[in-house]
Ligand binder design. Sequence first.
Ligand code: BES
Ligand code: MN
Ligand code: ZN
Length: 485
Amino acid sequence: MNVILRNTREADYRSDALILPLYEDEGPAPHQDIDKALKGLIGKVLTSRDFTGKQNQLVLLHTLNAINPRRVLLAGLGKRTDITAERLRQAGGKAATHLDGMGASEASLSVRSLLSSKTSPLPFIEGSLLALYKFRRYRKENTQNGLKTLTVLGKYEKTFHEAIKWVEQVASAVHFARDLVNTPANDMTPAVLARIAKELAKGKLSVRVLERADARREGMGAFLSVARGSAEPPKFIVLRYNGGTGAPVALIGKAITFDSGGISLKPGEGMEKMKYDMAGGAAVLGVMKAVSEAKLPVNLLGILPAAENLPGGTASKPGDVVKTVGGKTVEIVNTDAEGRLVLADAIGYARRMKPAAVIDMATLTGACSVALGSEAIAMMGNADRLMERLKKAGDETYERVWQMPLFEEYLEYIKSDVADLKNTGGKTGSLVTAGYFLREFAGDTPWVHLDIAGTAWVEKEKPYVPKGATGVGVRLMTNFLREAK
Ligand code: BES
Ligand code: MN
Ligand code: ZN
């Protein structure tokens, strides 16, 4: 969907539907002229309480040529005193989904109720853009019907045009990440991810893809062990964006293109969903895309350890011991705890580049979704200030993070009898013992781990997140990086 800005009166601009966002129990207040042109229809719908304006409520009215828009869509924002950016995002998502579903192709938006010190049209528009994502790659009827343009009515300054552009860039990066994650593992192999990274980089980023032999030379024994059971060659993808000064922030994304569990095979039920085990990597690519398009003044490294975790005659076995980039050895007691293995080498590799900070995003543990559902990212780390900033970015974008502890006692859980560490800490505390394991590889580098296992995929849609891949992490990190400096 395209977003256009036009300085035309709402009643005069021709569209399939004019969206009128309204607060609860306030009457047609800011839209008296339109109500009057419609002979009091809006007021009538409100006094009859067919529409009250409660959050996410929608009522569609035909205008019978009384004004130029063919319809008016009343979109409830809830009580004015309760308004937040998230509520606006949701209302925008609901309105856009509704119009898209009924076959409207052009909508216009009145921003009268969205201009105040606490509100802005931006989140409403952002929600509309995010909601309209569809994954149609494998449908024979790949129709492109639906909402094509949203015309935002009013007179705006240049800074608003720029702000809209950023919202569009971020939304398009979210769509890009969702596409990567929704694509099944037969078409989203490590090699495909590497090709996409190169495509993305053209002219804006530098990329280097370490092949198996390169990874061996780098000493990435843990990363390589995960790929051993698969015929798909692993790819260790490194992107670089230079837009600022100083040491880069390294963003690492777990990119297991399919996680069967390996020899410690997962149960068959729901295994098809394990194509989403590269959602961290997809988010990192989405962030690199938005940041490079918007030319943010930051330096970034994007690192995707990409591999497929399958059982097989050459697969690694429980009890195997591998050596990581930094020299520490790991006993693989469970081949299904593969994420922390590839991340251990990725963190070790990142540290060689002397980054200012390392942030990893990973669908790391089932325990993460048990603990937090799909409402929050679990955050652990060794850098309080960095975590505070991520917390703020999470609250602003509603990709919320919730900190979990890394008590030193957890070290006992992951001590091995034969190697420096083992790759699982047993049944209890598995969200935090996974984090603690990673911490052992971060050393004194400021580092934060974001477990997105619960948030990267939703079984039930939300107002601006369709069912399936969510693209989580893209809005969180782009917001964080834009406010860096
Ligand atoms: N990719 C999974 C975690 C996961 C599970 C993500 C469900 C999304 C939904 C990860 O590789 C894994 O298998 N973790 C194990 C670790 C265990 C063996 C210590 C887990 O959490 O069960
Ligand atoms: Mn696993
Ligand atoms: Zn996994």
